[in-house]
Write a protein that binds this ligand. Structure first.
Ligand SMILES: [Cu+2]
Length: 403
């Protein structure tokens, strides 16, 4: 951009840059994450192309692709529940079931979005509004993320469809071949194979869309701890403040795509996780990113609605790596090391993190610091405060086609 600019106004660059650099960069660099139902076919194709490129690009010094590196990070967050984990983060999943669920995934998504944009510079991660009845067809369409899995499954509730995705852009036939060492059920260590597995709307997790009232109720909560647990979906909180444990919102949608079976003959009921979205390898289903973009959007909206900043995040009382100023693995400078989840060597596949790249929940609290927003937020177009900066903005807009 600067080069174009210099060519256009070689003499004026110094003055203009001083006056309007912050405005310019605020406008030019704010990435807008859009509702998936509003994507053009071109935008969908760019997202799919970026995913597939990351899945086949092996960076220097690695034996697995960039996409698989993101997978290994997500899967091994669970390795801190193993007895061979080392360091203060031992004892709790580094990214789930506790307060840093939201901060950790905000950072993870942003890093993934940056990787996508290295392939397709205009891509942002769209979001899946779970209350939008049409979104499910838009997403699981042959022109976007492909269909449900094939096959039938016999359950106590009847016979239903589900299994490996055998056609469409995320089938093995079209190159979406998963690494069976990484595509695992970390609860059991057992591999889920090389195909993406989907059991879309398999009962009991078949009800879609989610009622808007559930989202409104979530957004009305005032304590971070309740809000986070309710959004992740381990509990639901009613208007009287009664807490019901269960399988809601984020967790529910994981099950809606990946399929879960609930065995009520045991006490407590046993949950069997069937497909890719139901286990820690869930980012292998490209819908993962859309799903988590929506989780992040709801958190951002709650923050925007009077719950922003560190007053609305626990500074203590959480397992290590989940409190406000704790470094979050894997951005912890090597402080903690997860345990192994299978008999393979998953840990050796983890990408090396820069030792000085330390990140805490505090660092993630404001999406403005990241430079992205959602299309549900009010658009903030910088106010031109002088004729000179007005000229700069409009001229630049003409040259680089700012939208
Ligand atoms: Cu996760």
């Amino acid at each position: 951009m600067t080069i174009v600019f210099k060519k256009a106004f070689p003499a004026a660059i110094g003055i203009i840059a001083t006056l309007s650099l912050s405005n310019m960069s605020a406008m030019a660099n704010t990435l807008v994450r859009k509702n998936v139902v509003d994507l053009t076919q071109e935008e969908k194709s760019a997202y799919v192309n970026a995913l597939k490129t990351l899945q086949t690009t092996i960076p220097d010094g690695s034996t697995i692709s960039i996409y698989d590196q993101f997978l290994v990070i997500h899967v091994t967050t669970m390795g801190f529940l193993r007895s061979d984990a080392v360091g203060p983060a031992t004892g709790a999943d580094a990214a789930h079931n506790n307060a840093a669920f939201l901060p950790w995934h905000r950072e993870f998504l942003f890093q993934f979005e940056q990787a996508l944009r290295s392939v397709e510079p205009m891509v942002t991660i769209p979001y899946w509004d779970w209350t939008d009845a049409s979104a499910i067809e838009v997403i699981f369409d042959e022109n976007f993320l492909g269909p449900n899995g094939e096959g039938t499954i016999e359950t106590p509730l009847g016979r239903f469809q589900g299994g490996p995705v055998v056609w469409g852009p995320f089938s093995e036939a079209e190159g979406w071949v998963l690494n069976p060492e990484i595509h695992i059920n970390p609860m059991t260590g057992e591999s889920l194979g090389t195909s993406l597995l989907r059991y879309v709307q398999l009962p009991p997790a078949h009800v879609y869309p989610l009622p808007q009232q559930e989202i409104d109720q979530l957004l009305s909560l005032d304590e971070y701890d309740l809000f986070s647990r309710a959004l992740e979906g381990a509990i639901s909180v009613d208007q009287q403040g009664n807490i019901t444990p269960g399988f809601f919102l984020h967790n529910y949608i994981h099950g809606l795509v990946g399929g879960v079976l609930v065995d009520i003959t045991t006490n407590p009921p046993t949950i069997h996780r069937l497909g890719t979205m139901s286990v820690h390898s869930s980012p292998y289903d490209p819908v993962f990113w859309l799903h988590h973009s929506n989780v992040d959007r709801l958190w951002a909206e709650w923050q925007e609605d009077g719950h922003g900043g560190s007053d609305f995040y626990p500074s203590d009382g959480q397992p290590f790596s989940h409190n406000l100023d704790d470094p979050m693995w894997p951005w912890d400078g090597g402080l903690s090391i997860p345990g192994n989840l299978d008999d393979g060597d998953l840990l050796s596949l983890l990408p090396v993190q820069a030792l000085d790249n330390i990140l805490t929940p505090f660092d993630t609290l404001d999406i403005k610091d990241y430079g992205y927003t959602y299309d549900t937020f009010p658009v903030s177009v910088p106010e031109p405060n002088s004729i000179l900066s007005w000229l700069t903005l409009t001229t630049l807009g003409g040259i680089v086609k700012l939208k």
